[in-house]
Design a protein around this ligand. Structure first.
Ligand code: ADP
Length: 636
């Protein structure tokens, strides 16, 4: 039965984006087809180990076939193949689609054709339509008798029909567009072009990529002299185009940067570059080698619990056992990509068994340590690159600071952020700049570092010349509340701490202030009893008349919001209004009769709320207060 089906909407959008915006990268299509074939071969090999119905007696590999007349290029593999339904699901839809991120990322693209981002959606196969008018996929799943033919021009949906294929595997046939050098379309019928591409992108692929190689020799006579006018002799010989050397088994010194980059794309299915990579090996009771990559960009679904691709490829003696082996990394390092090749684990280990294998836990511990050490080394060697890393993945790393998940001191050591004095600092560097008597590391969290830096709560710290770290990830609020320690110094939120007393203000002055403002404070407390927990004199304000602070142990407004967003019922938390005894507004206000204070109290509260990044619940009431105050001021 033949069916015509449309592409899923997101798939169609992405397909268009791939076809119309990636002109300069058309040749990636071959790399993508080979990667898919290699994955299918890995799956076949694994299936044969665990399922008697699937044999792997044939030599597993790929074949490239060119038909110059018909202008077709076919890549065949004898891998796992697809059922009809799988062909529909895998080739007509995007697995990671339907998410808001997808739509947002696509909109943000604006057609600029950013390879790194587009590649993340798992669209390798669609790259074929950059070089072909039509693509036909003939595929038969291992263990099944029927095959399926899938055909599309990339524009008007696709058709699927039953077909036959002599054995399990997949042929992908591209009806090539005419070569056009100006448009970046090479002649992909040319064996030299194909050879160069394979050497460049897919040399390390573990299966042989074979092709009939055509050699043309001039016709020679018996004496070995060219026969004038005779046609050259054409011979064909099957050859293997790739060296098939697993990259992680080769000595590091022999591997070029480009080879690492290509391999990264192969294992990650990302079209971008890795930011950094490291190799490590374990010896002793447990032997394993790993090649790990940190991507240049955070995966768009890094914080998407369900759909995030995570984990490393687990090989046992070169056989792929599991593609996304989550058990090999702690969750906060889920952005790391790469391979682990272990020796001595049972080859028949089933996927379920892999899950609670003690040996895997040993490897995980080793990898976690190596990654953290590697990151520290990167930070010390190339701060700019490291800052990029932290910008992308810091929010995930900080998950390890939440109680009991990770080694907090190691993660805190890796933290970099802005501060009131530096564009980028580590905690160690901060401690190095601390004044003699400063015992605490102060940090301020807000939606952006700029907002954090402008918070009135920092005025006193600035006046006392005390540096404050400016944190801007949502998660910072959460771990900051736990008052963690780094190198023996507590880290506390500047939003609920008073700066250490500056010498300028003597205790005598303070007692005097308390006397002066005693009455005003109680008037304000009455006026704002529904809004705030308390009103008190501030030791942190210099230029602002008032600010709101969170009482120790209470949820901060950002935390409150986060918890509400995650569906938790949180009671309204009242904060403390601090007023600045040195400010003229307050000096004048204390001389006013009680009845006058109400509107000023509301005004002070409102502006303190706004200055701290909060929202006014009843803007109309606030506008009325402002109007009344202006009215009063103008009649005087
Ligand atoms: P990705 O490989 O990133 O998932 P692709 O668009 O390249 O995205 O491929 C989609 C899916 O189609 C693959 O995940 C795989 O399940 C299937 N597929 C593609 N090529 C083959 C092949 N040669 N053999 C078997 N399955 C394949």
């Amino acid at each position: 039965m033949r069916e015509s089906l449309p592409f899923q909407t997101e798939a169609q959008k992405l397909l268009r984006l791939v076809i119309h915006s990636l002109y300069s990268h058309r040749d990636v299509f071959l790399r993508e087809l080979i990667s898919n074939a290699s994955d299918a071969l890995d799956k076949r090999r694994f299936a044969a180990l665990t399922n008697n119905a699937i044999s792997s007696s044939d030599e597993l590999g790929m074949w490239l076939k060119v038909d110059k007349e018909a202008r077709t290029l076919t890549l065949s593999d004898n891998g796992i193949g697809m059922t009809r339904q799988e062909a529909v699901d895998n080739l007509g839809t995007i697995a990671k689609s339907g998410t808001e991120e997808f739509q947002k990322a696509l909109a943000a693209q604006g057609g600029s054709g950013d390879l790194g981002l587009i590649g993340q959606f798992g669209v390798g196969f669609y790259a074929s339509f950059m070089v072909a008018d039509n693509v036909t996929v003939l595929t038969r799943k291992a263990g099944e008798d029927t095959a399926t033919r899938w055909m599309s021009d990339g524009e008007n949906g696709y058709t699927v029909e039953d077909a036959s294929r002599s054995e399990a595997g997949t042929d992908i046939t591209l009806h090539l567009k005419a070569a056009d050098h100006d448009a970046g379309i090479d002649d992909f019928c040319d064996q030299h072009v194909l050879e160069t591409l394979i050497k460049k992108h897919s040399d390390f692929v573990a299966y042989p990529i074979r092709m009939m190689w055509e050699t043309s020799e001039p016709a020679l006579d018996k004496e070995g002299k060219m026969i004038p006018g005779a046609l050259p002799e054409i011979t064909h010989e099957e050859c293997i185009l790739n060296s098939q050397k697993a990259l992680w088994l080769r000595p590091e010194s022999e591997i070029t940067e480009d080879e690492y980059k290509e391999f990264y794309r192969h294992v990650s299915h990302d079209w971008g570059n890795p930011l950094h990579w490291l190799t490590t090996s374990m010896e002793g009771t447990m032997e394993a080698r790993a090649l790990l990559f940190i991507p240049e960009r955070a995966q768009f679904d890094l914080f998407h619990r369900e759909s995030a691709q995570r984990g490393l490829r687990l090989y046992i003696e070169r056989v792929l056992i599991k593609e996304d082996c989550r058990e090999l990394l702690p969750d906060y390092l889920r952005f790391v990509r790469g391979v682990v090749d272990a020796e001595g684990l049972s080859l028949n280990v089933s996927r379920e068994l892999v899950q609670d294998d003690r040996q895997l836990r040993t490897i995980r511990k080793h990898l976690e340590k190596k990654i953290l050490d590697g990151l520290k080394a990167l930070r010390n060697k190339d701060r700019e690159k490291y800052n990029k890393f932290w910008h992308e993945f810091g929010p995930a790393m900080k998950e390890a600071l939440l109680s009991g998940i990770g080694d907090t001191s190691k993660i805190l050591d890796l933290l970099v952020c802005k501060s009131t004095k530096e564009a980028s600092t580590t905690l160690e560097e901060y401690i190095g700049r601390m004044k003699g008597d400063q015992e605490i590391i102060y940090a301020m969290a807000a939606p952006t570092a700029e907002l954090a830096g402008k918070s009135p709560a920092l005025e006193g710290f600035k006046a006392a010349d005390i540096e404050v770290l400016l944190l801007d990830d949502r998660i910072d609020e959460v771990w900051l509340q736990q008052v963690l320690e780094f190198n023996g110094k507590e880290i506390r939120s500047a939003a609920s701490e008073t700066p250490p007393k500056s010498d300028a203000k003597s205790e005598q002055d303070e007692t005097k202030d308390n006397e002066t403002y005693k009455e005003l404070l109680s008037k304000l407390r009455v006026a704002l009893q529904d809004e705030v927990k308390d009103v008190r004199l501030s030791q942190r304000l210099v230029s602002s008349p008032a600010c709101l602070v969170t009482d120790k142990g209470d949820l901060t407004p950002q935390m409150e919001m986060l918890m509400r967003q995650s569906g938790q019922a949180v009671p309204k938390i009242k904060r403390i209004l601090e007023i600045n005894p040195g400010h003229t507004i307050l000096q004048r206000l204390s001389a006013r009769p009680e009845g006058d204070v109400i509107n000023y109290a509301r005004g002070l509260y409102g502006q303190a709320l706004l200055a701290g990044g909060g929202e006014i619940v009843d803007p109309v009431a606030m506008a009325e207060v402002m109007t009344a105050l202006m009215g009063e001021a103008l009649t005087q």
